[in-house]
Design a protein around this ligand. Structure first.
Ligand code: ARG
Length: 459
């Protein structure tokens, strides 16, 4: 007889290479704790229905605890026949408690077992990732409040556009990350429904109390169809997309910092802790942290598309293709966990250079304000836009800035110009004018700080 758990109907041996190809223990051992939790709950549910005695239940729970301890202390020895975490734990349980171990799997299949274990693991890891996202928002909010008076050029098309507050730029990312956190919370809710009790596919024949199991394992509900229970991996796809989108935000943020830390911009300097040098050029200080964050995003997108390719062609219900759901997610979780913490580290330690930001504010960035000046004097905006454009052109032709044009220069462009036009050449004033909700004025940026702080303090 084969030593394999499923070996009863087999006479021939599996090919050695096939054994290795089939095995997932080298990666799914990360699920050990979730697997033990699921088994303990299942032992209790079996006892509740009188399938095993309470002594047998106690013995199983005790043995499972011993197995858990071995994993925890790194003393679990994986044997050649240990195909995956589920077979490994059951084999070891048998060595601790004897033949009663063989009762644990009554009515259960590795199909509902693995779906349950994975959901438990993903749920717990997602909660950890959520705290990293919140910490990152916290770092951005803290800086935004502290550095509220720093002004910088805002860009569109990477061309100087309008003056803004540095804090307004910072918070633009904080809002993206807040949305990421909210999305993750919603995904956690969808992960948190129980497949256990679905059996291999058709359901459990021992009237196992699935509500009880859900309660034991911290699930909010029970999956209502056993076929769906064992085959659904939408939560994996959702989380991989979530990870991808969050990496988009991190990557774009990193790209901004890479540009802002260049010699040409000089707006920020990354801390030594998050930079590296060149082996050849002694003067170099490179923003490697940000480049890695930008680069690692590609890796996460790859995991998402790779998994979707695997997932799309699988017929009902469990097929071994589904074993390929774990490595992409493990990798994405590791990448996200590292990236979020590094991003927070980069942001909390970088130095800003407000004087360089200010130096790059140029009078032409106030052209919109010139147009708005005329609007306030009753001229239609479409007309004022042309007039302000002409003022920019005149200044350019004279090789100077609009601030150096005389009142009569302006009045030649439009009769509504008056001596108060000189008040326009003030970057802070331009910024303070943007005081409608969501704008870059001090009050409206501080309002954002307040709202994000309030959100961070919830729960
Ligand atoms: N290692 C498998 C996986 O990760 C466990 C489920 C195996 N089930 C089966 N019917 N072969 O998907």
């Amino acid at each position: 007889m084969s030593a394999k758990l499923w070996g009863g109907r087999f006479t021939g041996k599996t090919d050695e290479l096939m054994d290795a190809f089939n095995a997932s223990i080298h990666f799914d051992k990360r699920l050990y704790e979730a697997d033990i939790l699921g088994s303990k709950a299942y032992a209790k549910a079996l006892a509740k229905r009188g399938i095993i005695t309470s002594e047998e239940q106690a013995s199983l729970v005790d043995g499972l605890e011993k197995v858990r301890l071995e994993w925890q202390t790194n003393t679990f020895v994986i044997q050649p026949g240990d195909e995956d975490i589920h077979t490994a734990n059951e084999r070891r349980l048998g060595e601790f408690v004897g033949s009663v171990a063989g009762k644990l799997h009554t009515g259960r299949s590795r199909n509902d077992q693995v779906a349950t274990d994975f959901r438990i693991w993903v749920r717990e890891e997602s909660k950890k990732i959520l705290t990293h996202v919140k910490q990152l928002v916290g770092v951005a909010v803290e800086r935004a409040e502290r550095e509220i008076d720093v002004l910088m050029p805002g860009y569109t098309h990477l061309q100087r556009a309008q003056p803004i507050r540095w804090s307004h730029w910072l918070l633009s990312y904080a809002w993206s990350w807040q949305a990421d956190a909210q999305r993750l919370e919603q995904i956690i809710d969808r992960i948190n429904v129980l497949p256990l009790g679905s059996g291999a596919l058709a359901g459990n024949p021992f009237n196992i109390d699935r509500e009880f199991l859900a309660n034991e394992l911290g699930f909010k509900g029970v999956m209502q169809n056993s076929l769906y229970g064992v085959s659904d991996r939408d939560f994996v796809a959702e989380l991989l997309f979530w990870a991808s989108l969050t990496m988009v935000h991190i990557s774009r943020f990193s790209e901004d910092l890479i540009i802002y830390s260049s010699g040409e911009f000089g707006f920020v300097t990354l801390a030594d802790a998050y930079s590296t040098g060149s082996s050849l050029m002694p003067q170099k200080k490179n923003p490697d942290s940000c480049e890695l964050l930008r680069g690692k995003s590609g890796r996460v997108f790859g995991q998402l598309s790779g998994f979707l390719m695997t997932y799309k062609g699988i017929p009902s219900t469990y097929n071994k293709d589904l074993q390929e759901d774990k490595e992409p997610l493990f990798d994405a979780v590791d990448t996200l966990s590292g990236s979020l913490q590094i991003t927070a580290g980069v942001l909390s330690t970088l130095t800003i250079h407000p004087e360089n930001m200010k130096k790059n504010l140029s009078i032409d960035m106030l052209a919109t304000d010139v147009a708005e000046y005329l609007v306030r004097k009753g001229v239609p905006f479409r007309e004022t836009h042309h007039v302000a454009g002409a003022a920019v052109r005149t200044a350019e032709e004279r090789n100077t800035t609009m601030a150096n044009l005389s009142l009569s220069d302006f009045q030649q462009l439009h009769a509504a110009f008056d001596s108060d036009i000189t008040e326009i050449w003030d970057f802070e004033k331009s910024i303070e004018n943007r005081s409608s909700l969501g704008g870059t004025s001090k009050a409206t940026v501080l309002e954002q700080v307040h709202k994000l702080k309030q959100w961070l303090s919830e729960k």
